[in-house]
Design a protein around this ligand. Structure first.
Ligand SMILES: CC(C)(COP(=O)(O)OP(=O)(O)OC[C@H]1O[C@@H](n2cnc3c(N)ncnc32)[C@H](O)[C@@H]1OP(=O)(O)O)[C@@H](O)C(=O)NCCC(=O)NCCS
Length: 224
């Protein structure tokens, strides 16, 4: 693991033969050239696959990856060892539901500010954007929707197509619409020990030799 990289929407010419930014690849940060990440802070290694779009700041920890077509619409922090599947919606701007209209003309600008009338309307304060925080070792299944402002605890699993509107505790498995906890990955005592171990601060090579398929033995070897 290396220090975090600050990466802007860099020059499009630094693309290697396989379509990833060569400059970033050399630092272990594999970002496909079709990904749009205007405010990107990353440890390495990470992988960002084609057509990932982050509209706000994105911060991502080592050994995490985001698959094709996932869109992150609000400022998002993602921990280490996270697996984010394809075509997820991580956040989406909220519109006011108790005003006379949900249309953004009284508060928003983009992407409709090419309409002259949109620019002329007096803007009222409204914040439709709240950050999302995703812990370490979180697995988000395909086409999940995570609502603005939600925190997903370390070790959580989000089922495919889930609509997650509430904070998810560590090591919970949430599925369905609306997302509900269907079970926890481990009993509370194991969850507490996993959290205390902070195993995700270690690099992958040192973890690979541990008995990962047996969580008790894994914790015992970590001394937790
Ligand atoms: C959630 C998931 C991890 C399974 O967790 P699990 O605890 O093993 O779940 P089970 O198979 O024991 O199912 C428990 C219940 O949840 C339901 N369930 C499981 N996954 C569900 C989902 N995605 N949405 C809604 N309900 C789901 C099951 O139907 C079952 O319901 P029942 O008790 O009424 O029969 C898995 O179904 C899933 O969604 N995986 C994501 C796969 C994916 O998107 N991969 C992308 C590439 S990374």
């Amino acid at each position: 693991m290396t220090r975090p990289h600050e990466v802007g929407d860099g020059p499009r010419r630094n693309i290697d033969e396989s379509g990833y930014f060569r400059e970033l690849l050399q630092r272990g940060v594999r970002v496909h050239h079709t990904a749009r990440l205007p405010h990107f802070r990353s440890e390495s290694p990470v992988e960002i696959r084609p057509n990932v779009l982050a509209e706000g700041p994105l911060s991502i920890g080592a050994y995490s990856y985001i698959s094709e077509g996932t869109r992150l619409s609000v400022p998002t922090t993602i921990g280490r060892y996270c697996s984010i599947a394809h075509n997820c919606d991580i956040g989406g701007t909220e519109h006011p539901t108790n005003w006379a209209t949900t249309h953004p003309f009284p508060w928003g600008t983009l992407p409709l500010d090419h309409w002259p009338a949109m620019r002329e309307v007096k803007k009222r304060p409204f914040n439709g954007i709240e950050p999302i925080a995703i812990g370490h070792d979180v697995w988000i299944g395909t086409r999940a929707f995570i609502r603005n402002g939600v925190t997903i605890g370390t070790g959580a699993v989000i089922g495919a197509h889930a609509v997650v509107t509430r904070t998810v505790p560590p090591y919970a498995i949430v599925a369905g619409n609306p997302g509900r906890i269907i079970r926890y990955r481990f009993p509370p005592e194991i969850v507490a020990r996993l959290l205390a171990s902070q195993w995700w601060t270690r690099d992958m090579a040192s973890l690979g030799t541990l008995p990962i398929v047996d969580v008790e033995a894994f914790l015992a070897q970590l001394g937790g």
